[in-house]
Design a protein around this ligand. Structure first.
Ligand SMILES: NC(=O)c1ccc[n+]([C@@H]2O[C@H](COP(=O)([O-])OP(=O)(O)OC[C@H]3O[C@@H](n4cnc5c(N)ncnc54)[C@H](O)[C@@H]3O)[C@@H](O)[C@H]2O)c1
Length: 264
């Protein structure tokens, strides 16, 4: 068991990638606080974890509020005796042209997707430093931090922002045995994205992704579990892309550059 007796807080734990992270952490022996603004989603996941023999609790709140982040850490300490792992995973999405973007839409995106991880990481770091037994601070960034599309300016700005934030924080807390890393999922099948994957769109992605498939939440959760464990002790300030090769694929279908080996 890679996370035996560890205590984890996972935001956005009530669905999709967050849910898979909670399940993986519990399988590896951690006690988990499932944080979500959707109370029913959090409760459902908690029941799944408890029915599987794990230790779990819920905390309902909106991560854009500093109080949510402060109180979720306090809840973990009160319920399970401390905090070893934070996963900042909850996020908002918005598809909007910059020229049409309203101030409050921009504010909302940055508050949930950038302020949220800042508040959460700050509270977790304070608690972990106080405990003096190290820790792991992890954030779900996105492929769209490094390779984006139109309509994603606010989301891409925030998801890039968490990477710079994590790198600087990693240096500050390294002397305390705390590592700070980001995971950048590619195109993953979750309740958020599933409606988007109509058959032609799914086929277009499968053609474009070198490993030939959309991702499953469990494949992202596996990477979080490694980063949350002692096995990753020498990795900090990293942004790890998990996308089946989507971002490295610069091939143009049907186009071959330069002479072939037979012609040389
Ligand atoms: N699914 C993908 O393809 C993909 C790709 C790259 C990155 N991501 C990132 O992965 C993370 C999880 O996405 P998902 O696809 O599992 O989505 P999801 O919608 O299935 O789950 C997100 C959960 O977060 C909760 N949440 C949203 N805003 C919140 C807030 N302000 N406070 C508290 N809880 C909140 C939702 O209620 C939901 O339960 C997000 O950070 C997302 O940006 C997803």
């Amino acid at each position: 068991m890679k996370l035996k007796d560890k205590v984890a807080v996972v935001t956005g734990g009530g669905s999709g990638i967050g849910r898979a992270i909670c399940q993986s952490f519990v399988r590896e022996g951690a006690a988990v606080v499932v944080v979500d603004q959707n109370a029913q989603g959090a409760e459902n996941v908690k029941e799944e974890l408890v029915n599987a023999g794990g230790k779990a609790s819920t905390f309902v709140g909106d991560v854009q509020r500093p109080e949510t982040n402060r109180d979720m850490v306090a809840h973990a300490v009160k319920t399970f005796g401390g905090l070893d792992i934070l996963v900042n995973n909850a996020a908002a999405v918005l598809q909007r042209q910059v020229v049409d973007m309203k101030d409050d839409e921009w504010d909302h995106m940055i508050k949930v997707d950038l302020y949220g991880p800042f508040y959460g990481s700050r509270e977790a770091a304070r608690q972990m430093i106080k405990q003096g037994r190290g820790g792991r601070i992890l954030t779900t960034s996105s492929l769209l931090a490094v390779q984006t599309r139109g309509l994603q300016a606010a989301y891409s700005a925030a998801k890039s922002g968490v990477i710079g934030f994590a790198r600087s924080l990693a240096i500050e807390v390294a002397p305390h045995g705390i590592t700070v890393n980001c995971v950048l999922p590619g195109h993953i099948r979750t309740p958020l994205t599933e409606p988007m994957f109509t058959p032609p769109i799914k086929k277009a992605f499968e053609d474009r992704i070198p490993v030939g498939k959309l991702g499953e939440p469990e494949w992202i959760a596996n990477v979080f579990t490694f980063l949350a464990s002692d096995e990753s002790r020498y990795i900090t300030g990293e942004a790890i892309i998990v996308d089946g090769g989507y971002t490295i694929n610069g091939e143009l279908p049907g186009v071959q550059f330069g002479p072939t080996s037979q012609e040389v």
